[in-house]
Design a binder for this molecule. Structure first.
Ligand code: ATP
Ligand code: MG
Length: 280
């Protein structure tokens, strides 16, 4: 069974305070502060190399930030310092689960198997990490059934049940992106971090992604942090947008505010073109 959805809508879930990440002489993120609420869609946008993926890597334990802190205000486990946690704790304990910019499914496994593997932690615990546990324990059998039930539930909700037994690697790019989201949902995230989920999608798939993101935030109260270049997605679904450029936050606000922000227009178009646009 799925863990009951905790409704944290509107409360600050993630509190990023003065986060800086340097690689040698390069500052990929510079003194970033940001609050991310539960149950809402917060987008991180910015030109290539702005520091967006690095931000996710700092949240999810892949990189240790040079300075600053990232607190997850978990309703059950209290404030958790993500920058000090290993990545498996970030996902399982803090409820911060991500997808990657490049698809990372197991291509030779079926769609269903990919979703079961995502729950290996619960299964391992139920087996008590022993072969005897795998074969003998009622607890393991129950955990396996619960993993199957949860996988089936998300496959149904994300309209993937018909292809559950097909090898993931043979499916279209758009479908694989959807499977990645289903797999992340099997870990019961409070905050779902998606790195360019619309990359490579056709217009129909991108419209379906919009629907899916709104459904997850509105019906399932998932907080969503979305890195995305596709403005048809960002402007239609975001409650709040944060714009990065060369590691600096240059703007923050509603889609309407961001679309009209001169600093954002300059970052995307370059100074000269932005001036021409203004003069026209
Ligand atoms: N492990 C690393 N070592 C050195 N430099 C890195 C590392 N990871 C990222 N960078 C650099 O940090 C900067 C930000 O990269 P990042 O991948 O976060 O950008 P991004 O905003 O996600 O870009 P894109 O839209 O192209 O995905 C880039 O200049 C990149 O080369
Ligand atoms: Mg990136």
């Amino acid at each position: 069974m799925s863990a009951p959805t905790m409704n944290t809508a509107g409360q600050t879930l993630l509190e990023v305070d003065s986060l800086t990440m340097r690689f040698g002489g390069l500052t990929a993120i510079n003194n970033l502060s940001l609050n991310v609420p539960g149950g809402k869609i917060t987008s991180i946008i910015g030109p290539n190399g702005a520091g967006k993926t690095t931000f996710f890597n700092c949240l999810t334990g892949f990189y240790k930030p040079t300075t600053g802190s990232v607190r997850m205000h978990h309703p059950e486990h209290g404030p958790l310092a993500l920058e000090q946690m290993p990545s498996y704790h970030v996902a399982r304990k803090a409820g911060v689960v991500r997808t990657f910019q490049n698809i990372r499914l197991f291509p030779n496994m079926t769609v269903l198997e990919n979703l079961i593997v995502a729950q290996h932690n619960a299964l391992q615990h139920a087996s008590r990490f022993s072969l005897a546990g795998l074969f003998g324990r009622a607890g393991y059998k129950q955990a396996r059934e619960a993993a199957l039930t949860k996988a089936e539930m998300w496959l149904t909700r994300l309209k993937l049940l018909d292809i559950a037994d097909l090898a993931a690697g043979n499916l279209s790019y758009g479908t694989q992106r959807r499977i990645e989201i289903a797999r992340a949902l099997c870990v019961d995230p409070l905050l779902l971090c998606l790195d360019e989920p619309a990359a490579g999608l056709n217009p129909r798939e991108s419209a379906e992604l919009n629907e899916l993101l709104l459904y997850l935030s509105r019906e399932h109260h998932k907080g969503i942090l979305l890195i995305e270049h596709d403005m048809n997605v960002v402007m239609r679904v975001s409650d709040h947008i944060c714009v990065l450029n060369f590691g600096n936050k240059i703007a923050e606000g509603t889609p309407e505010q961001i679309q009209n922000d001169p600093n954002v227009i300059k970052a995307y178009l370059g100074e000269d073109e932005a001036d021409e646009k203004e003069a026209a």
